[in-house]
Design a protein around this ligand. Structure first.
Ligand SMILES: Cc1cc2nc3c(=O)[nH]c(=O)nc-3n(C[C@H](O)[C@H](O)[C@H](O)COP(=O)(O)OP(=O)(O)OC[C@H]3O[C@@H](n4cnc5c(N)ncnc54)[C@H](O)[C@@H]3O)c2cc1C
Length: 438
Protein backbone atom coordinates (compact mmCIF):
# COMPACT_ATOMS: atom_id res chain seq x y z
CA UNK A 1 0.00 0.00 0.00
CA UNK A 2 1.30 3.53 -0.74
CA UNK A 3 1.46 5.97 2.14
CA UNK A 4 -1.56 8.27 2.23
CA UNK A 5 -0.75 11.77 3.39
CA UNK A 6 -3.18 14.66 3.83
CA UNK A 7 -1.93 18.24 3.79
CA UNK A 8 -4.45 20.65 5.27
CA UNK A 9 -4.08 24.04 3.61
CA UNK A 10 -2.65 24.87 0.19
CA UNK A 11 -0.51 27.94 0.92
CA UNK A 12 3.28 27.98 0.50
CA UNK A 13 3.91 25.74 3.54
CA UNK A 14 1.53 23.12 2.18
CA UNK A 15 3.11 23.16 -1.26
CA UNK A 16 6.71 23.03 0.01
CA UNK A 17 5.72 20.06 2.17
CA UNK A 18 4.17 18.24 -0.80
CA UNK A 19 7.29 18.90 -2.85
CA UNK A 20 9.58 17.54 -0.12
CA UNK A 21 7.33 14.53 0.49
CA UNK A 22 7.30 13.59 -3.18
CA UNK A 23 11.10 13.64 -3.19
CA UNK A 24 11.35 11.64 0.04
CA UNK A 25 8.62 9.16 -0.83
CA UNK A 26 7.89 9.00 -4.57
CA UNK A 27 5.13 6.40 -4.16
CA UNK A 28 3.04 8.19 -1.57
CA UNK A 29 -0.36 9.66 -2.37
CA UNK A 30 -0.73 13.28 -1.30
CA UNK A 31 -4.05 15.06 -0.90
CA UNK A 32 -4.43 18.78 -0.33
CA UNK A 33 -7.51 19.66 1.70
CA UNK A 34 -8.30 23.35 1.39
CA UNK A 35 -11.24 25.31 2.80
CA UNK A 36 -11.49 27.63 -0.22
CA UNK A 37 -12.32 26.38 -3.71
CA UNK A 38 -9.06 28.03 -4.82
CA UNK A 39 -5.46 27.11 -3.88
CA UNK A 40 -2.39 29.11 -2.75
CA UNK A 41 -3.39 30.65 0.61
CA UNK A 42 -1.89 34.09 1.20
CA UNK A 43 -0.30 34.18 -2.26
CA UNK A 44 -3.80 34.78 -3.61
CA UNK A 45 -5.34 36.42 -0.54
CA UNK A 46 -2.45 38.29 1.13
CA UNK A 47 0.38 39.23 -1.25
CA UNK A 48 -0.46 42.69 -2.58
CA UNK A 49 -2.58 42.84 -5.75
CA UNK A 50 0.02 45.10 -7.44
CA UNK A 51 2.83 42.61 -6.74
CA UNK A 52 1.97 40.13 -9.46
CA UNK A 53 5.59 39.04 -9.93
CA UNK A 54 5.64 37.71 -6.36
CA UNK A 55 2.46 35.75 -7.06
CA UNK A 56 4.19 33.93 -9.93
CA UNK A 57 5.65 31.47 -7.43
CA UNK A 58 2.35 29.62 -7.88
CA UNK A 59 3.60 28.42 -11.27
CA UNK A 60 6.06 26.22 -9.37
CA UNK A 61 3.36 25.02 -6.99
CA UNK A 62 1.21 24.12 -9.95
CA UNK A 63 3.78 21.59 -11.18
CA UNK A 64 3.38 19.81 -7.83
CA UNK A 65 -0.41 20.03 -7.91
CA UNK A 66 -0.54 18.50 -11.40
CA UNK A 67 1.45 15.40 -10.44
CA UNK A 68 -0.47 12.20 -10.87
CA UNK A 69 -0.39 11.11 -7.23
CA UNK A 70 -1.30 14.57 -5.89
CA UNK A 71 -4.98 15.50 -5.53
CA UNK A 72 -6.61 18.77 -4.51
CA UNK A 73 -9.84 18.86 -2.48
CA UNK A 74 -10.91 22.50 -2.39
CA UNK A 75 -14.00 23.87 -0.62
CA UNK A 76 -13.45 21.29 2.15
CA UNK A 77 -12.88 22.74 5.60
CA UNK A 78 -11.43 20.77 8.47
CA UNK A 79 -13.73 21.30 11.41
CA UNK A 80 -16.75 21.95 9.17
CA UNK A 81 -16.90 19.20 6.52
CA UNK A 82 -14.60 16.63 8.07
CA UNK A 83 -12.89 16.52 11.45
CA UNK A 84 -9.20 16.17 12.10
CA UNK A 85 -9.84 12.92 14.01
CA UNK A 86 -11.68 11.47 11.02
CA UNK A 87 -8.83 12.43 8.72
CA UNK A 88 -6.28 10.84 11.00
CA UNK A 89 -8.22 7.58 10.78
CA UNK A 90 -8.16 7.74 6.98
CA UNK A 91 -4.57 8.93 6.40
CA UNK A 92 -1.18 7.65 7.54
CA UNK A 93 -0.01 11.19 8.19
CA UNK A 94 -1.72 14.57 8.40
CA UNK A 95 0.26 17.80 7.91
CA UNK A 96 -1.37 20.98 9.19
CA UNK A 97 -0.50 23.95 6.98
CA UNK A 98 -3.45 26.14 7.92
CA UNK A 99 -1.58 29.42 8.42
CA UNK A 100 -2.52 32.29 10.70
CA UNK A 101 -5.64 33.88 9.21
CA UNK A 102 -6.76 36.27 11.96
CA UNK A 103 -5.67 39.65 13.25
CA UNK A 104 -3.79 40.10 16.48
CA UNK A 105 -6.18 42.37 18.36
CA UNK A 106 -5.30 45.95 19.19
CA UNK A 107 -6.21 46.21 22.86
CA UNK A 108 -6.58 49.93 23.49
CA UNK A 109 -9.75 51.86 24.34
CA UNK A 110 -11.78 52.67 21.22
CA UNK A 111 -10.34 49.82 19.13
CA UNK A 112 -13.88 48.62 18.39
CA UNK A 113 -15.01 51.89 16.79
CA UNK A 114 -16.32 51.99 13.22
CA UNK A 115 -13.40 52.71 10.95
CA UNK A 116 -10.89 50.39 12.68
CA UNK A 117 -10.04 47.35 10.55
CA UNK A 118 -7.25 44.89 11.31
CA UNK A 119 -4.89 44.32 8.41
CA UNK A 120 -5.86 40.62 7.98
CA UNK A 121 -9.43 41.73 7.26
CA UNK A 122 -8.46 44.79 5.25
CA UNK A 123 -5.86 42.98 3.12
CA UNK A 124 -8.30 40.07 2.66
CA UNK A 125 -10.93 42.56 1.47
CA UNK A 126 -8.72 44.30 -1.09
CA UNK A 127 -7.47 40.91 -2.30
CA UNK A 128 -10.99 39.57 -2.89
CA UNK A 129 -10.81 36.87 -0.18
CA UNK A 130 -14.37 35.49 0.17
CA UNK A 131 -14.26 35.78 4.00
CA UNK A 132 -13.99 39.56 3.71
CA UNK A 133 -16.21 40.29 0.70
CA UNK A 134 -18.68 42.17 2.90
CA UNK A 135 -16.24 44.25 4.93
CA UNK A 136 -17.09 47.40 2.95
CA UNK A 137 -14.87 49.82 4.89
CA UNK A 138 -15.87 53.47 4.89
CA UNK A 139 -12.91 55.24 3.29
CA UNK A 140 -14.58 58.64 3.18
CA UNK A 141 -11.72 60.37 4.97
CA UNK A 142 -8.64 62.35 4.01
CA UNK A 143 -6.39 60.68 6.56
CA UNK A 144 -5.67 57.07 7.46
CA UNK A 145 -3.34 55.70 10.12
CA UNK A 146 -1.61 52.35 9.72
CA UNK A 147 -0.16 51.06 12.99
CA UNK A 148 2.94 48.95 12.43
CA UNK A 149 6.26 49.01 10.64
CA UNK A 150 6.30 45.78 8.68
CA UNK A 151 5.79 44.86 5.02
CA UNK A 152 2.06 44.40 5.50
CA UNK A 153 1.79 47.98 6.79
CA UNK A 154 3.71 49.20 3.75
CA UNK A 155 1.41 47.20 1.43
CA UNK A 156 -1.70 48.67 3.03
CA UNK A 157 -0.37 52.25 2.81
CA UNK A 158 0.64 51.79 -0.83
CA UNK A 159 -2.66 50.24 -1.90
CA UNK A 160 -4.56 53.09 -0.23
CA UNK A 161 -2.45 55.74 -1.98
CA UNK A 162 -1.62 54.29 -5.36
CA UNK A 163 -3.37 55.85 -8.35
CA UNK A 164 -5.75 53.88 -10.61
CA UNK A 165 -2.98 54.00 -13.25
CA UNK A 166 -0.52 52.54 -10.75
CA UNK A 167 -2.96 49.71 -10.00
CA UNK A 168 -3.86 49.02 -13.64
CA UNK A 169 -1.83 45.81 -13.76
CA UNK A 170 -3.14 44.55 -10.43
CA UNK A 171 -6.00 42.20 -9.67
CA UNK A 172 -7.76 44.60 -7.30
CA UNK A 173 -11.41 43.50 -7.46
CA UNK A 174 -13.89 45.97 -9.00
CA UNK A 175 -15.92 46.49 -5.81
CA UNK A 176 -12.67 47.37 -4.02
CA UNK A 177 -11.17 49.69 -6.63
CA UNK A 178 -14.47 51.60 -6.78
CA UNK A 179 -14.21 52.35 -3.05
CA UNK A 180 -10.45 52.95 -2.85
CA UNK A 181 -10.20 55.13 -5.94
CA UNK A 182 -13.20 57.25 -4.95
CA UNK A 183 -11.76 57.82 -1.47
CA UNK A 184 -10.48 61.33 -0.71
CA UNK A 185 -7.47 59.94 1.21
CA UNK A 186 -4.44 62.22 0.80
CA UNK A 187 -2.40 61.25 3.86
CA UNK A 188 -1.46 57.90 5.32
CA UNK A 189 0.56 57.83 8.55
CA UNK A 190 2.57 54.68 9.22
CA UNK A 191 3.35 54.72 12.91
CA UNK A 192 5.68 52.35 14.75
CA UNK A 193 6.43 51.93 18.46
CA UNK A 194 10.13 51.51 17.93
CA UNK A 195 12.76 53.37 15.93
CA UNK A 196 13.59 53.19 12.22
CA UNK A 197 16.44 50.73 12.84
CA UNK A 198 13.95 48.22 14.28
CA UNK A 199 11.40 48.56 11.47
CA UNK A 200 10.71 45.20 9.87
CA UNK A 201 9.97 46.22 6.30
CA UNK A 202 12.27 44.93 3.60
CA UNK A 203 14.20 47.50 1.60
CA UNK A 204 12.57 46.73 -1.75
CA UNK A 205 9.12 47.41 -0.29
CA UNK A 206 10.33 50.57 1.43
CA UNK A 207 12.03 51.98 -1.66
CA UNK A 208 8.87 51.44 -3.68
CA UNK A 209 7.24 54.13 -1.52
CA UNK A 210 9.65 56.63 -3.06
CA UNK A 211 8.54 55.79 -6.59
CA UNK A 212 4.81 56.39 -6.41
CA UNK A 213 3.47 58.90 -8.97
CA UNK A 214 1.08 60.78 -6.73
CA UNK A 215 2.60 60.22 -3.28
CA UNK A 216 5.62 61.69 -1.52
CA UNK A 217 7.26 59.88 1.42
CA UNK A 218 7.65 62.12 4.50
CA UNK A 219 10.27 61.28 7.10
CA UNK A 220 11.30 63.24 10.19
CA UNK A 221 15.06 63.53 9.80
CA UNK A 222 15.51 63.98 13.56
CA UNK A 223 14.11 60.47 14.16
CA UNK A 224 17.00 58.90 12.25
CA UNK A 225 19.71 57.46 14.50
CA UNK A 226 22.94 59.41 14.83
CA UNK A 227 24.99 56.44 15.94
CA UNK A 228 23.84 53.61 13.70
CA UNK A 229 26.44 51.21 15.08
CA UNK A 230 25.00 51.52 18.59
CA UNK A 231 21.35 50.98 17.62
CA UNK A 232 22.21 48.01 15.43
CA UNK A 233 24.62 46.31 17.83
CA UNK A 234 22.03 43.69 18.87
CA UNK A 235 21.59 42.44 15.28
CA UNK A 236 23.66 39.91 13.34
CA UNK A 237 25.63 40.94 10.22
CA UNK A 238 22.89 40.16 7.74
CA UNK A 239 20.22 42.01 9.70
CA UNK A 240 22.58 44.91 10.23
CA UNK A 241 23.11 45.25 6.46
CA UNK A 242 19.35 45.13 5.78
CA UNK A 243 18.57 47.69 8.46
CA UNK A 244 21.39 49.99 7.38
CA UNK A 245 19.87 50.03 3.89
CA UNK A 246 16.47 50.94 5.33
CA UNK A 247 17.96 53.84 7.26
CA UNK A 248 19.76 55.06 4.13
CA UNK A 249 16.48 54.93 2.19
CA UNK A 250 14.60 56.78 4.93
CA UNK A 251 17.33 59.45 5.02
CA UNK A 252 16.98 59.88 1.25
CA UNK A 253 13.23 60.31 1.75
CA UNK A 254 13.88 62.93 4.45
CA UNK A 255 16.17 64.87 2.11
CA UNK A 256 13.55 65.25 -0.63
CA UNK A 257 10.86 66.26 1.84
CA UNK A 258 9.65 69.21 -0.23
CA UNK A 259 8.68 67.03 -3.19
CA UNK A 260 5.43 68.41 -4.53
CA UNK A 261 2.90 65.61 -4.84
CA UNK A 262 -0.79 65.62 -3.90
CA UNK A 263 -0.56 62.71 -1.46
CA UNK A 264 1.77 61.85 1.40
CA UNK A 265 2.87 58.77 3.28
CA UNK A 266 4.27 59.82 6.65
CA UNK A 267 6.75 57.53 8.41
CA UNK A 268 6.53 58.19 12.12
CA UNK A 269 8.57 56.25 14.67
CA UNK A 270 8.77 56.12 18.46
CA UNK A 271 4.99 56.35 19.05
CA UNK A 272 2.73 53.86 20.79
CA UNK A 273 -1.08 53.94 20.30
CA UNK A 274 -2.93 54.80 23.51
CA UNK A 275 -6.56 55.37 22.56
CA UNK A 276 -8.82 55.70 19.53
CA UNK A 277 -10.95 58.80 19.89
CA UNK A 278 -14.39 59.72 18.60
CA UNK A 279 -18.04 58.73 19.01
CA UNK A 280 -19.17 55.52 17.26
CA UNK A 281 -16.65 56.26 14.52
CA UNK A 282 -12.95 56.96 14.60
CA UNK A 283 -12.16 60.66 14.67
CA UNK A 284 -8.55 60.58 15.83
CA UNK A 285 -5.95 58.36 17.42
CA UNK A 286 -3.83 59.30 20.40
CA UNK A 287 -0.19 58.21 20.64
CA UNK A 288 2.44 58.43 23.33
CA UNK A 289 6.02 59.12 22.32
CA UNK A 290 8.41 56.33 23.23
CA UNK A 291 12.07 55.77 23.73
CA UNK A 292 13.99 52.56 23.07
CA UNK A 293 16.76 51.70 25.48
CA UNK A 294 18.64 48.40 25.59
CA UNK A 295 16.04 46.99 23.22
CA UNK A 296 13.16 47.95 25.56
CA UNK A 297 10.43 50.40 24.51
CA UNK A 298 8.84 52.68 27.09
CA UNK A 299 6.50 55.66 26.97
CA UNK A 300 7.85 59.10 27.89
CA UNK A 301 4.50 60.67 28.78
CA UNK A 302 4.33 63.00 25.77
CA UNK A 303 1.02 62.58 23.90
CA UNK A 304 -0.09 63.63 20.44
CA UNK A 305 -3.20 63.00 18.33
CA UNK A 306 -3.62 62.35 14.61
CA UNK A 307 -7.06 63.22 13.25
CA UNK A 308 -8.20 60.46 10.93
CA UNK A 309 -11.25 58.48 9.79
CA UNK A 310 -9.57 55.12 9.26
CA UNK A 311 -7.20 53.10 11.43
CA UNK A 312 -5.58 49.87 10.21
CA UNK A 313 -3.70 48.09 13.00
CA UNK A 314 -1.07 46.02 11.23
CA UNK A 315 0.42 44.46 14.32
CA UNK A 316 0.51 40.82 13.30
CA UNK A 317 -1.53 37.75 12.55
CA UNK A 318 -2.63 34.88 14.75
CA UNK A 319 -3.66 31.28 14.14
CA UNK A 320 -6.95 29.73 15.19
CA UNK A 321 -7.22 26.51 17.21
CA UNK A 322 -8.41 23.43 15.37
CA UNK A 323 -10.40 20.70 17.13
CA UNK A 324 -8.36 17.55 17.59
CA UNK A 325 -5.00 19.34 17.89
CA UNK A 326 -3.48 21.09 20.93
CA UNK A 327 -3.19 24.87 20.84
CA UNK A 328 -0.83 27.28 22.55
CA UNK A 329 -3.01 30.35 23.17
CA UNK A 330 -0.11 32.49 24.33
CA UNK A 331 2.01 32.04 21.22
CA UNK A 332 -0.90 31.43 18.87
CA UNK A 333 0.54 28.24 17.38
CA UNK A 334 0.05 24.50 17.64
CA UNK A 335 2.72 23.31 20.10
CA UNK A 336 5.17 21.15 18.17
CA UNK A 337 8.66 19.77 18.29
CA UNK A 338 10.17 21.36 15.18
CA UNK A 339 7.06 20.40 13.22
CA UNK A 340 6.13 17.11 14.90
CA UNK A 341 2.96 17.35 17.00
CA UNK A 342 2.87 13.62 17.56
CA UNK A 343 3.73 10.73 15.24
CA UNK A 344 1.21 10.97 12.41
CA UNK A 345 0.40 14.66 12.94
CA UNK A 346 2.67 17.53 11.87
CA UNK A 347 2.66 21.32 11.49
CA UNK A 348 4.37 23.54 8.92
CA UNK A 349 4.41 27.25 8.05
CA UNK A 350 2.73 29.91 10.13
CA UNK A 351 0.69 27.49 12.24
CA UNK A 352 4.01 25.91 13.27
CA UNK A 353 6.29 28.96 13.67
CA UNK A 354 3.93 31.89 14.04
CA UNK A 355 3.28 34.61 11.47
CA UNK A 356 6.72 35.68 10.35
CA UNK A 357 8.99 35.36 7.37
CA UNK A 358 8.59 35.46 3.64
CA UNK A 359 7.25 32.84 1.26
CA UNK A 360 10.51 30.91 1.00
CA UNK A 361 10.88 30.82 4.82
CA UNK A 362 8.25 28.07 4.74
CA UNK A 363 10.32 25.74 2.56
CA UNK A 364 12.56 24.21 5.29
CA UNK A 365 9.46 23.25 7.32
CA UNK A 366 8.37 20.93 4.51
CA UNK A 367 11.78 19.27 4.29
CA UNK A 368 11.87 18.60 8.05
CA UNK A 369 8.35 17.17 8.09
CA UNK A 370 9.11 14.87 5.17
CA UNK A 371 12.04 13.49 7.18
CA UNK A 372 9.84 12.97 10.26
CA UNK A 373 7.16 11.21 8.24
CA UNK A 374 9.73 8.88 6.69
CA UNK A 375 10.98 8.12 10.24
CA UNK A 376 7.57 7.77 11.94
CA UNK A 377 5.30 6.03 9.46
CA UNK A 378 5.52 2.54 8.02
CA UNK A 379 3.73 1.65 4.83
CA UNK A 380 1.91 -1.43 6.13
CA UNK A 381 -1.19 0.34 7.41
CA UNK A 382 -4.57 -0.30 5.80
CA UNK A 383 -5.53 3.34 5.61
CA UNK A 384 -7.20 4.22 2.34
CA UNK A 385 -6.77 7.98 2.26
CA UNK A 386 -8.69 9.65 -0.57
CA UNK A 387 -10.86 6.59 -1.28
CA UNK A 388 -12.45 6.94 2.16
CA UNK A 389 -12.41 10.73 2.06
CA UNK A 390 -14.42 10.89 -1.17
CA UNK A 391 -17.03 8.46 0.21
CA UNK A 392 -17.39 10.63 3.31
CA UNK A 393 -17.61 13.89 1.37
CA UNK A 394 -20.22 12.44 -0.99
CA UNK A 395 -22.26 11.17 1.99
CA UNK A 396 -22.14 14.69 3.41
CA UNK A 397 -23.05 16.33 0.08
CA UNK A 398 -19.87 18.37 0.04
CA UNK A 399 -19.22 19.90 -3.40
CA UNK A 400 -15.45 19.77 -3.48
CA UNK A 401 -13.35 21.38 -6.18
CA UNK A 402 -10.52 19.49 -7.83
CA UNK A 403 -7.45 21.15 -9.30
CA UNK A 404 -9.10 21.00 -12.75
CA UNK A 405 -12.01 23.02 -11.30
CA UNK A 406 -9.51 25.63 -10.11
CA UNK A 407 -8.01 25.74 -13.62
CA UNK A 408 -11.51 26.37 -15.02
CA UNK A 409 -12.09 29.17 -12.51
CA UNK A 410 -8.69 30.63 -13.31
CA UNK A 411 -9.43 30.57 -17.06
CA UNK A 412 -12.74 32.38 -16.42
CA UNK A 413 -10.99 34.96 -14.25
CA UNK A 414 -8.35 35.61 -16.89
CA UNK A 415 -10.95 35.82 -19.67
CA UNK A 416 -13.01 38.35 -17.68
CA UNK A 417 -10.06 40.66 -16.92
CA UNK A 418 -10.25 44.28 -18.09
CA UNK A 419 -7.37 46.06 -19.82
CA UNK A 420 -4.00 45.05 -18.46
CA UNK A 421 -5.35 43.45 -15.26
CA UNK A 422 -4.21 39.82 -14.97
CA UNK A 423 -7.61 38.50 -13.83
CA UNK A 424 -10.98 39.48 -12.46
CA UNK A 425 -11.29 37.47 -9.27
CA UNK A 426 -14.34 35.56 -8.12
CA UNK A 427 -14.90 36.95 -4.64
CA UNK A 428 -17.53 34.62 -3.18
CA UNK A 429 -17.57 30.85 -2.87
CA UNK A 430 -21.13 30.74 -4.25
CA UNK A 431 -20.06 32.58 -7.41
CA UNK A 432 -17.21 30.12 -7.89
CA UNK A 433 -19.42 27.05 -7.47
CA UNK A 434 -22.20 28.51 -9.64
CA UNK A 435 -19.69 29.32 -12.37
CA UNK A 436 -18.44 25.73 -12.29
CA UNK A 437 -21.84 24.08 -12.13
CA UNK A 438 -23.66 26.46 -14.45
C1 LIG B 1 -0.63 40.59 3.79
C2 LIG B 1 0.55 39.71 3.54
C3 LIG B 1 1.38 39.97 2.45
C4 LIG B 1 2.50 39.16 2.24
N1 LIG B 1 3.30 39.45 1.18
C5 LIG B 1 4.40 38.71 0.97
C6 LIG B 1 5.27 39.02 -0.13
O1 LIG B 1 5.02 39.96 -0.89
N2 LIG B 1 6.37 38.25 -0.29
C7 LIG B 1 6.67 37.20 0.56
O2 LIG B 1 7.69 36.51 0.36
N3 LIG B 1 5.86 36.89 1.60
C8 LIG B 1 4.74 37.60 1.82
N4 LIG B 1 3.93 37.31 2.87
C9 LIG B 1 4.24 36.13 3.72
C10 LIG B 1 3.70 34.81 3.12
O3 LIG B 1 2.45 35.05 2.53
C11 LIG B 1 3.62 33.73 4.21
O4 LIG B 1 4.96 33.45 4.62
C12 LIG B 1 2.98 32.43 3.75
O5 LIG B 1 1.80 32.62 3.03
C13 LIG B 1 2.66 31.51 4.95
O6 LIG B 1 2.29 30.26 4.41
P1 LIG B 1 1.31 29.22 5.11
O7 LIG B 1 1.16 28.12 4.12
O8 LIG B 1 1.78 28.90 6.47
O9 LIG B 1 -0.10 30.00 5.31
P2 LIG B 1 -1.17 30.50 4.27
O10 LIG B 1 -0.55 31.06 3.06
O11 LIG B 1 -2.09 31.37 5.04
O12 LIG B 1 -1.99 29.19 3.84
C14 LIG B 1 -2.89 28.55 4.72
C15 LIG B 1 -3.96 27.82 3.91
O13 LIG B 1 -4.71 26.97 4.78
C16 LIG B 1 -6.09 27.08 4.46
N5 LIG B 1 -6.86 26.69 5.65
C17 LIG B 1 -6.94 27.37 6.83
N6 LIG B 1 -7.74 26.73 7.69
C18 LIG B 1 -8.19 25.60 7.08
C19 LIG B 1 -9.07 24.54 7.46
N7 LIG B 1 -9.63 24.49 8.68
N8 LIG B 1 -9.32 23.56 6.57
C20 LIG B 1 -8.74 23.59 5.32
N9 LIG B 1 -7.91 24.59 4.91
C21 LIG B 1 -7.62 25.58 5.78
C22 LIG B 1 -6.25 28.54 4.07
O14 LIG B 1 -7.43 28.78 3.31
C23 LIG B 1 -4.97 28.78 3.27
O15 LIG B 1 -5.13 28.45 1.91
C24 LIG B 1 2.79 38.09 3.11
C25 LIG B 1 1.95 37.83 4.19
C26 LIG B 1 0.84 38.63 4.41
C27 LIG B 1 -0.04 38.35 5.59
Amino acid sequence: MPLNIAIIGSGPAGFYSADALIKACPDCRIDFIERLPTPFGLIRGGVAPDHQTTKRVTQKYEKTAMMEHVHFYGNVEIGRDVSLDELRQMYDAVVLAIGAPSDKKLTIPGADKIGVHGSAAFVGWYNGHPDFRDLEPDLNTTTAVVIGNGNVAVDVARVLLRSPRGMAESDLPDHVSKIIHAAPITDVHMVGRRGPADAKFTNVELREMGHLNMTAPRVKAYQMPEDLGAVLSQYDDRDRRLRTRNIETLKEFAECADEDKPKNVHFDFFASPIEILGGDRVEAIRFERTTVENGKTSGIGEMFDIECGLVIPSIGYRSEPIEGAPFDQKNGIIPNDNGRIDPGLYAVGWIKRGPSGVISSNRPDGVIVAEYIAEDITSDSNKLGRDDLEVMLKDRHVRWTGYSDWKKLEAMEVAAADGSAPRKKFVTVDDMINALDG
